[in-house]
Design a protein around this ligand. Structure first.
Ligand SMILES: *[C@@H]1O[C@H](CO)[C@@H](O)[C@H](O)[C@H]1NC(C)=O
Ligand SMILES: *[C@@H]1O[C@H](CO)[C@@H](O)[C@H](O)[C@H]1NC(C)=O
Ligand SMILES: *[C@@H]1O[C@H](CO)[C@@H](O)[C@H](O)[C@H]1NC(C)=O
Ligand SMILES: *[C@@H]1O[C@H](CO)[C@@H](O)[C@H](O)[C@H]1NC(C)=O
Ligand SMILES: *[C@@H]1O[C@H](CO)[C@@H](O)[C@H](O)[C@H]1NC(C)=O
Ligand SMILES: *[C@@H]1O[C@H](CO)[C@@H](O)[C@H](O)[C@H]1NC(C)=O
Ligand SMILES: *[C@@H]1O[C@H](CO)[C@@H](O)[C@H](O)[C@H]1NC(C)=O
Ligand SMILES: *[C@@H]1O[C@H](CO)[C@@H](O)[C@H](O)[C@H]1NC(C)=O
Ligand SMILES: *[C@@H]1O[C@H](CO)[C@@H](O)[C@H](O)[C@H]1NC(C)=O
Ligand SMILES: *[C@@H]1O[C@H](CO)[C@@H](O)[C@H](O)[C@H]1NC(C)=O
Ligand SMILES: *[C@@H]1O[C@H](CO)[C@@H](O)[C@H](O)[C@H]1NC(C)=O
Ligand SMILES: *[C@@H]1O[C@H](CO)[C@@H](O)[C@H](O)[C@H]1NC(C)=O
Length: 446
């Protein structure tokens, strides 16, 4: 009799447990499709992801020779405020409020304007219905993090805005000025003539001012270079391709323009982040060619020491579970982690036919690929509203049941009266029915 009651109690406990797990996975149920060419920006404890290019399955009726990719207009974020493992990254889709006004890839996003807005600089803008390019006339869009809305203008902006382009080398500095170098236009940016640029634009996100810097001794025309900002204000540009005349094919840029190192393949679609030590740039992935034949650039994992000139490459072998070779992924520094997301999977011998939907984590302290986020660092402050709710709801239920069970034992041992059984059941049912209200997103059990 009492055994039955205890069974019920444990059944109830497990239901509550499963329920809370379900609620949790529902909160983070977003599983993005594989993609490359997306954009990523860190905002406090979130990495916001934008757009990207998704492969259309050959079996799909919309697949044809000229239409093999479906650009994404999605916006979603990775939550870094609590622990997770890479097979269950806590991703939340914001597209219902934040959908981009076009399918977007190969732009750059940066956080500025006092941390209120993410700026999208250039990139392909494809109309999601007609598939036409040049979906808007602005190469510059802002995303307001609070209102979760896009806008192509900021009242008060002055100066000649950046002309349309993509694949620029772009960073924002601590004065919240965006530095945009190079880039290209071609068919997917509405231009019949393939053209690379060497002009250098800045946008001051506080003064809202565009400037064409017209620097005299700028580097050659290039697209697909990465830009890394150093604490002393230097920007280091790595890789990419150049062109002598508009319309000509692009030539791969040597990785040894100003750095020493042997057998470093040229590359596009790579990433470069400055390690927390402030003098090692961590370069990952990239491909040597475009289009269908995307050969892997070697070494895939590359360090550039920039403490003193000449800069020096090294290519230690990272440990841990090494991701496939990627291009057009993103890499975001957070604490000691390099957080890598998605990307085309390149191949040494074959055209790239696969794209990743995964998140990869590197511990930059010892260049190890890890699968768990936040497990060994000090516990991050959890999202207060979520956790408090969970505690408030679970404690009374568990507490109530434990008290009932204890009282039950006492009552049973001393009185052995049959009324108790039905009482416990009805009380438990009441508690259970008034369980977790909808919309609660508790954190996973640690
Ligand atoms: C990913 O690879 C395919 C070739 O398989 C290419 O067409 C596509 O443009 C690549 N994505 C990006 C962002 O370059
Ligand atoms: C391929 O599909 C796109 C989108 O449906 C369409 O606009 C285009 O005309 C198609 N091209 C060919 C060659 O069928
Ligand atoms: C592109 O992706 C969206 C979202 O998944 C889907 O609704 C649409 O049908 C896709 N278009 C093509 C041409 O595959
Ligand atoms: C872009 O500007 C051109 C010329 O002013 C205009 O014809 C076109 O409609 C505009 N396109 C959009 C999407 O607003
Ligand atoms: C941008 O914001 C202005 C108000 O500042 C508004 O009038 C305009 O419609 C917005 N544009 C878009 C594309 O939402
Ligand atoms: C796309 O935009 C560029 C720059 O604004 C313009 O020069 C070009 O004519 C446009 N192309 C199309 C097809 O509308
Ligand atoms: C920016 O300035 C440079 C140097 O004066 C010039 O060559 C280039 O055309 C300018 N870019 C634009 C878009 O006006
Ligand atoms: C790296 O530079 C940043 C400023 O950009 C500074 O806050 C940080 O302390 C520096 N780290 C080291 C290890 O010197
Ligand atoms: C490269 O392609 C070959 C042949 O299709 C395949 O066996 C191999 O797994 C691919 N490598 C990667 C890294 O995807
Ligand atoms: C594509 O890449 C993913 C992630 O690495 C892998 O799990 C999957 O097996 C690959 N698919 C093919 C067809 O190679
Ligand atoms: C990263 O590696 C260092 C060195 O082994 C270790 O002390 C640290 O705890 C690791 N951090 C994480 C988050 O795994
Ligand atoms: C790096 O640190 C991680 C986490 O502390 C550890 O598991 C791993 O063995 C370390 N790797 C190396 C190469 O020291």
């Amino acid at each position: 009799m009492l055994t039955t009651n205890f069974k019920d109690v444990f059944f109830l406990l497990s239901i509550i447990f499963i329920l809370s797990l379900n609620v949790h996975s529902k909160a983070h149920s977003f599983k993005p499709e594989p993609r490359g060419g997306h954009m990523a920006t860190l905002v406090n404890d979130r990495i916001y992801f934008f757009g990207g290019s998704r492969r259309i399955p050959m079996t799909s009726p919309s697949w044809n020779q000229t239409h093999q990719f479906n650009l994404s207009d999605e916006v979603f974020y990775l939550d870094l405020s609590s622990q997770f493992t890479v097979d269950l990254p806590p991703l939340t889709d914001l597209s219902s409020t934040s959908r981009m006004p076009f399918g977007s890839e190969r732009g750059v996003t940066v956080l500025g304007n006092g941390g209120v807005r993410i700026f999208l600089i250039g990139g392909v803008q494809q109309d999601m219905k007609t598939f036409g390019y040049n979906a808007t006339n602005s190469s510059f869009w802002t995303y307001n993090i609070n209102s979760q809305r896009w806008n192509d203008s900021m009242p008060g902006t002055y100066g000649l805005p950046l002309p349309r382009r993509r694949s620029t080398a772009t960073i924002i500095d601590k004065n919240e000025i965006i530095y945009i170098f190079g880039g290209r236009v071609q068919i997917d940016t509405g231009s019949d003539v393939f053209t690379l640029f060497d002009d250098f634009f800045t946008f001051d996100t506080l003064l809202l001012k565009w400037t064409n810097l017209s620097l005299p001794n700028h580097p050659s025309k290039r697209s697909h270079a990465t830009a890394t900002l150093m604490p002393d204000g230097k920007i280091i540009y790595i890789g990419g391709v150049t062109q002598s005349t508009p319309g000509e094919v692009a030539n791969r840029l040597s990785m040894n323009e100003f750095a020493l190192g042997n057998n470093i393949d040229p590359r596009v679609g790579h990433t470069a982040v400055l390690a927390p030590n402030n003098y090692t740039i961590v370069i990952l992935g990239g491909t040597q060619s475009y289009g269908l034949a995307q050969a892997t650039s070697h070494p895939v994992f590359l360090l550039l020491e920039v403490k003193s000139e000449p800069f020096q490459y090294s290519s230690p072998q990272p440990s841990g579970i090494v991701p496939p070779p990627l291009a057009y992924h993103t890499a975001t520094l957070y604490q000691n982690y390099m957080i890598v997301a998605f990307g085309n999977i390149t191949n040494d011998s074959e055209p790239s036919t696969n794209t990743s939907a995964n998140i990869y984590l590197m511990n930059l302290s010892n260049y190890t690929w890890v699968t768990q986020f936040g497990m060994t660092t000090t516990t991050p402050v959890p999202n207060a509203s979520d956790n408090t709710k969970l505690v408030v709801i679970i404690i009374p239920i568990f507490g109530g049941l434990v008290i009932i069970a204890i009282v039950g034992i006492i009552v049973w041992r001393f009185r052995r009266r049959p009324w108790y059984s039905s009482k416990l059941e009805s009380m438990s049912n009441k508690q259970y029915n008034s369980g977790l209200p909808p919309g609660i997103h508790p954190d996973p059990p640690k």
